[in-house]
Design a protein around this ligand. Sequence first.
Ligand code: TXA
Ligand code: MG
Length: 316
Amino acid sequence: MTPRTETLQATTADIDRAARLLRAGALVAFPTETVYGLGADARQADAVAKIYAAKNRPPMNPLIVHVPNAEIAQEYVRWSDIAQQLADAFWPGPLTLVLPLHSKHGLSSRVTAKLTTLAIRVPAHHVAQALLRKFDGPLAAPSANPSGKISTTTADHVLAGLSGRIDAVIDGGACTVGLESTIISVASGPPALLRAGGVSIEAIERLLSIKLQTAEDGKIIAPGQLASHYAPRAPVRLNALAKKPHEVHLGFGPIEGDLNLSAMGDLTQAAAALFAALRQLDGHAKPIAVAPIPDEGLGRAINDRLRRAAAPRDTH
Ligand code: TXA
Ligand code: MG
């Protein structure tokens, strides 16, 4: 394992260094607008293997490949009209598309966990964009956290979970979206929602004029969508209008709590604050009660993360 993790800044010189490290097969965490990603060269099998080792990630859970734009995405996946429509509307941004792998993709089979599809995304964050352009290749990057734990939205949170297990992290400040990308499969059949995230489901349904298929339809497979995920050490209780005496309370809107995701009840603000708030409250080593969050717009993705944070841990 790597003994020491370097902290790099969002400067041209440090981004050059990060790109060199990645070319040499190292692991570099970097900011995206959603969460920090743990990057490796998606063409180098050994580098990709290090991602799984550093995160303690089950090998059957495939990775998202990051590229700087939709044209380059088409070197790795078989494109379609619907992919173009979604890319035009939401790229660069917090949307991942699952598409059939291109026959000449050149990626390590560890990235796709041997599936015939690939999850691909164009991040909007200026540091991610600068790094992708400098590196000039496909970056495999899961969220930069130990598998099953809370995702990271600052460089310090990355180091708290992965220091000494990765080569470097680029400090690009706090992520603005705060939840992972929405994942839509357009690989076969009608578009399907694999994970709620930073682009609202309603916005996608409006654009495509369809209702997305979801896991409740019973046909959808997203290998990484385990019931327990984003787990703080403390147990989590949902839809709590008030806390019990031994709990700490995460509030929303008028339900004040010990810490409030958004006093004005704004879901975008709440999404950006969620993972850092769970970490902060977890520091109290008391059960965490969470106020109800409206199940609309980004609230659907927030509730998805909270349900997994509250799920029994023995499934993981
Ligand atoms: O916002 C994000 O998406 C962040 C940033 C770093 O880009 N990345 C991220 O990656 O959340 P990760 O690995 O934590 O979550 C990726 C999810 C997993 O649930 C994985 O199973 C699923 O995407 N996935 C990857 N490839 C897939 C594929 N070919 N088919 C279906 N699901 C796939
Ligand atoms: Mg993750």
